[in-house]
Write a protein that binds this ligand. Structure first.
Ligand code: GAL
Length: 285
């Protein structure tokens, strides 16, 4: 599968996995795969493509990373956000971009790209709360800051509710809600090389956030099992069942990068992720 730095939406009984389509290192848009059971995946489409228009923000040669899709019940649209870097500028542009589609498999059309409320935006995630309000969490100020912005009702833009969560040089944010608390996985900032994960907890999305340290357990736990967080998937139809998703990057051949999926262990009021060579969904009750 070629769907890196990805995220998953569950819609009408089907999971859709969106992720970066990579050439060797080139960014080639966003692929989408589908599954009914999380075990068997079918390639659907290139959901979002760079543009042939050389003047476009998404002209071929741009970098598209960490795409995340959420469904807006109000507008009935699928909304994609991703980290966008403009062609020929390395990682200097530090923008977020928004695209929209009527169908989960696309084609998604670019709505806009920008720095949210003027802030740099690189690694990012989206989170929809129980009240259907959505948020964009993003690494800002050269990745020193992690910020959160509340989105407009149509999910297409940030609102002015945009706050610094903490200034710890963290990236690769992946948020989930369990037992009325919010949990946030992040990585350190060492490019494609793996590093130590950290888990934070908060009663309110805008904080204060408290560190719970490194939640990984087992061989290579201190380098997140040679991977980097990207998303937490709530398993449909099961209570308190969450899957930690991470990327094992291969920087010289990004398309061959691998995926680490592990069940999040919620026993005894603690939140940890233990290495397993193999596991099945029946680990969840
Ligand atoms: C990582 C980031 C990846 C990618 C990479 C580029 O820190 O998490 O998504 O941007 O840097 O070096």
């Amino acid at each position: 599968m070629n769907a890196h730095g990805g995220g998953i939406v569950h819609h009408s009984g089907t999971y859709y996995w969106y992720g970066e389509k990579r050439g060797g290192t080139e960014s080639q848009g966003v692929n989408v795969y589908s599954s009914k059971d999380l075990y068997n995946w079918t390639f659907e489409k290139l959901a979002f493509s760079p543009s042939d228009d050389k003047e476009s923000d998404i002209a071929w040669g741009c970098i598209i990373e960490r795409p995340k899709v959420i469904y807006n019940k109000r507008t009935k649209k699928f909304v994609m956000w991703f980290h966008l870097e403009l062609k020929g500028q390395g990682y200097a542009a530090a923008r977020a971009a928004v695209a929209i589609s009527d169908s989960p498999t696309g084609p998604f059309k670019l709505v806009d790209s920008f720095r949210p409320n003027g802030h740099m935006s690189r690694d990012m995630g989206l989170f929809v709360d129980d009240d259907d309000v959505a948020y964009h969490i993003y690494s800002s100020d050269e990745n020193y800051e992690l910020r959160l912005s509340k989105l407009t009702l149509d999910y297409l833009a940030p609102t002015a509710s945009d706050k610094l969560l903490f200034r710890n040089h963290r990236e690769a944010p992946a948020l989930f809600k369990y037992n009325k608390k919010y949990y946030l996985f992040t990585s350190g900032c060492t490019g494609w090389a793996p590093n130590k994960a950290e888990l934070h907890v908060a009663d309110d999305l805008f904080g204060p956030w408290t560190s719970l340290g490194d939640p990984m357990r087992g061989p290579d736990a201190q380098i997140t099992f040679d991977a980097q967080s990207t998303f937490v998937l709530p398993v449909a139809g099961k209570k308190d069942a969450f899957i930690f998703m991470a990327d094992r990057w291969k920087p010289k051949n990004l398309l061959d990068s691998r995926y680490i999926w592990l069940p999040i262990d919620l026993k005894n009021g603690t939140v940890t992720v233990s290495w397993k060579d193999q596991w099945k969904l029946d680990v969840f009750k």
